[in-house]
Design a protein around this ligand. Structure first.
Ligand SMILES: [Zn+2]
Length: 270
């Protein structure tokens, strides 16, 4: 069984502030240890479930050389390999070659979620809301759509209660979720301490991988329309004149493609 674990930092137990997830800040070193140990918990669960190949993909943009490079290498469980510093949502080697299941660990809720700890969608300033075929999604939706394009199901989501709720709404009741904190605002949470959170994640990963058919791959119907709002009107300029793309000033962009990947390629520029 080949398992890909896609990871973000904002949904980790103990993390409630940007200073804990932005590279170079004084609290970041603590944050990345908390992050790495939650990933290890998912690796242990996947290994216990019989995974023979486990690839961790760091998807957290921490800024500068830390971007997609926040895991502490010497702490990582030796049973995984990990992808660092790769462009966001573009690592597809494992998906292309046949991935049985994807686990999303440390996720955060989409932009505008009142009880979503550190909630945002892709960028806190350049993007706001995002829709796939009219359904609003956050980064869980983007990751699930990427995996779904390659027919791989997302079976586990961990993070705060808000992202767990969002993920079940999107992917269905067959999804296993582990909430490690309950957001009280964007920057406050009632939390489960990391030691217990890791136990829950390990158990959740192991449980989720018992049934690879529990969640169907998130495949968007064809043609696929991707719509999003930029953070300010001048940000529309980056999308002007692109094939398949229509601007709706002051904020909105529509991209229509034969499938999700085609529509995504027309607007994804990072
Ligand atoms: Zn992140």
């Amino acid at each position: 069984m080949r398992v890909q674990i896609m990871t973000d930092m904002e949904g980790v137990s103990g993390i409630v502030a940007w200073e804990q997830v932005n590279g170079g800040e004084s609290m970041y070193e603590e944050g990345r240890r908390l992050y790495t140990e939650e990933i290890n918990a998912a690796v242990r669960g996947a290994a216990a479930a019989g995974a023979t190949e486990i690839v961790v993909v760091d998807c957290h943009g921490a800024g500068g050389p830390w971007t997609f490079n926040s895991l502490v290498p010497e702490l990582l469980d030796p049973r995984c390999e990990w992808v660092a510093h790769h462009t966001w949502s573009r690592y597809v080697d494992m998906l292309e070659s046949g991935c049985d299941a994807v686990l999303l660990v440390g996720m955060h809720a989409k932009a505008g979620t009142a009880d979503g700890v550190l909630s945002h969608t892709i960028s806190t300033v350049r993007w706001r809301h995002l829709w796939f075929n009219g359904q609003e999604v956050g980064e869980v939706g983007v990751n699930a759509a990427l995996c779904g394009f390659y027919d791989a199901p997302v079976l586990l989501v961990t993070g705060d209660e808000a992202v767990c709720r969002e993920s079940i709404d999107l992917l269905g009741e067959g999804l296993t979720t582990v909430a490690v904190k309950k957001g009280l605002s964007r920057y406050a949470a009632r939390q489960i301490p990391p030691v217990r959170a890791r136990q829950l994640i390990e158990e959740g990963a192991r449980y989720a991988l018992q049934n690879l058919a529990a969640v169907p791959p998130y495949a968007l119907s064809s043609p696929t329309t991707i719509t999003f709002d930029v953070g300010s009107p001048d940000h529309l300029d980056a999308f002007r004149g692109r094939p398949g793309v229509r601007l709706e000033p002051p904020y909105r962009v529509h991209s229509v493609g034969d499938d999700w990947m085609a529509a995504w390629n027309q607007i994804w520029h990072w």
